[in-house]
Design a protein around this ligand. Structure first.
Ligand code: NAI
Ligand code: MG
Length: 495
């Protein structure tokens, strides 16, 4: 009873006492063309396929632009341009020169930060606060960071000579479109490789803006080529015989297809796939801080995050208290117009992704878990999902095992350290995890025994270009970010 009363009081407070006036970012600060061609050899080229497809704003279903659909012949053209640039210019110019170009890209991203943030939000549905404060600055920082490495590779790999691989084919997803492009392109260029990159079909616009930036930075033609298209375009990149390295971020299913496709070839490959991160709260944790971290961990970017804290393990003695605090906090989250600076949770990226999330909500209920969603109103048009938690979840339930990729949290309880480690590690994935406790020794004990690439302690979803990111098990292999992120793009020779 007490729980119910508290949450009603809080809801009343937010509905009446704190009504935020809308504070929308201006759409007019973003220039989006009606149509985009392919960016090949430093120029905009019409697709040989002669086909185009639309990209929409998932918050309104309004069409924003149409972009070219690259086919295998377009991919071949781009790979030839990248090979030519690799042989004739990029591998030959000094590392210092390469660094200057990469710095220039970083600087122009900063100059155009506002426009990039608005376009990211329009095309993908994420709140402007996130694209403005996280995606765009972190993308610029990635270029700055790897520009710094370009002429210092001898210090990154002592007593070795780091040689580039050649042409890198890079395929990225829709959850962090500009940031993923930066994660892929920056280390490839710093190490002397050239690039053919394909953004996801629902979010191509910031990658195309990045092509404009690359033009403005005056990179030699063909060093970076950007091709829009869908799965078939991605497959044509993966299967092209003159590509030396494939870097992919996306679903585990497509990751497996790619791994099969490159088996027996000389292509190097790195895969960053899904996750089902365990966020663990011990009874001695600062609970309010932990609840805020859990909220950020799962609702940040609508849960469209491979490292989202989608499984919460709470120590039994504080479970009731934590769940009540979570519910209260969920009621204060603002869901709606992604361009509004007050918005916490934006639109689901696509109709298809919304259908996947809804399917899991149904599965969770039919598995006997108890569902609680916040009472917020949803806009009439567009794709939306209320922040949702499931309690009474069993470890074997599909909602505790499979990636949902939406604002949906499965909550489980535990009693002992050994029990929670076993449960947290009982997953086909191993990308990230979180531990909340007041005790430093417990943090070290847990992080040593947990099988996840990144483990945050008393915080969640923190990123920095200097620290490596990547998974265990079906979450993929290879690391991006930091010194480790250079390795997948070089051949090391003894000197
Ligand atoms: P997806 O894996 O199909 O798409 C990712 C990228 O791969 C896109 O650029 C797509 O065009 C490309 N692609 C698709 N098929 C390909 C193929 N056969 N060969 C080469 N490239 C191909 O992901 P999708 O369908 O958009 O999302 C499905 C699920 O995947 C989500 O519900 C989520 O669980 C997971 N996912 C994980 C991401 C992560 O960051 N690890 C990102 C996006 C999705
Ligand atoms: Mg779109």
């Amino acid at each position: 009873m007490a729980t119910k009363k508290k949450s009603n009081t809080l809801k009343l407070k937010f509905d009446t006492a704190w009504p935020y006036a809308p504070a929308p970012e201006s759409r007019s600060a973003a220039q989006i063309k009606d149509r985009y061609e392919l960016f090949i050899n430093g120029e905009w080229q019409a697709p040989l396929s002669k086909k185009y497809f639309g990209t929409i704003n998932p918050a309104t279903e309004e069409k924003l632009s149409e972009v070219a659909m690259a086919n295998a012949a377009d991919v071949d053209k781009a790979v030839k341009a990248a090979r030519n640039a690799y042989e004739k210019t990029w591998r030959k110019i000094s590392a210092k020169e390469r660094a200057k170009y990469i710095f220039r890209i970083a600087r122009i991203i900063q100059e155009k930060a506002r426009e990039l943030a608005i376009i990211e939000t329009l095309d993908g549905g994420k709140p402007i606060r996130e694209s403005r404060d996280f995606d765009v600055p972190t993308a610029a920082n990635h270029f700055f960071y790897y520009a710094g490495w370009a002429d210092k590779l001898e210090y990154a790999f002592l007593n070795k000579k780091a040689e580039p691989l050649g042409v890198a084919g890079q395929i990225i997803p829709w959850n962090f479109p500009l940031l993923m492009a930066a994660w892929k392109i920056a280390p490839a260029l710093a190490t002397g490789n050239t690039v053919v990159l394909k953004p996801a079909e629902t979010t191509p616009l910031t990658a195309l803006k990045l092509a404009e930036i690359i033009q403005e930075a005056d990179l030699p033609p063909g060093v970076v080529n950007i091709l829009t298209g869908a799965g078939e375009t991605g497959a044509a990149i993966v299967n092209h015989p003159d590509i030396n390295k494939i870097a992919f971020t996306g679903s585990t299913d497509v990751g497996k297809i790619i791994q099969r496709a490159v088996a027996g070839t000389n292509k190097r490959v790195t895969l960053e796939l899904g996750g089902k991160a365990a966020n663990i709260i011990f009874e001695d944790a600062p609970l309010d801080q932990a609840v805020e971290g859990v909220i950020n961990g799962i609702f940040f970017n609508q849960g469209h995050v491979c490292c989202a804290g989608s499984r919460l393990y709470v120590q039994e003695s504080v479970a009731k208290q934590v769940i009540r605090k979570l519910k209260d906090r969920m009621e204060s989250l603002i869901v709606g117009d992604p361009l509004d600076k007050n918005t916490d949770i934006g639109a689901i990226n696509s109709k298809q992704q919304l259908a996947t999330i809804n399917k899991y909500l149904q599965i969770g209920r039919s598995e006997g878990a108890e569902m609680y969603e916040s009472a917020c109103k949803l806009p009439n048009k567009g794709f939306w999902c209320r922040p949702t938690i499931f309690t009474n979840v069993a470890q074997s339930n599909r909602i505790a095992q499979e990636e949902i990729f939406g604002p949906v949290l499965s909550i489980l309880t535990f009693r002992t350290d050994d029990e929670v480690i076993e449960k947290a590690n009982n997953s086909p994935y191993g990308l990230s995890a979180g531990v909340w406790t007041d005790k430093g020794s417990k943090i070290f004990n847990m992080t040593k025994r947990m099988r996840a690439g990144v483990i945050w302690a008393n915080t969640f979803n923190k990123f920095d270009p200097t620290s490596p990111f990547g998974g265990y098990k079906e979450s993929g292999f290879g690391r991006e970010g930091g010194l480790h992120g250079l390795l997948p793009y070089v051949e090391l020779k003894n000197i």
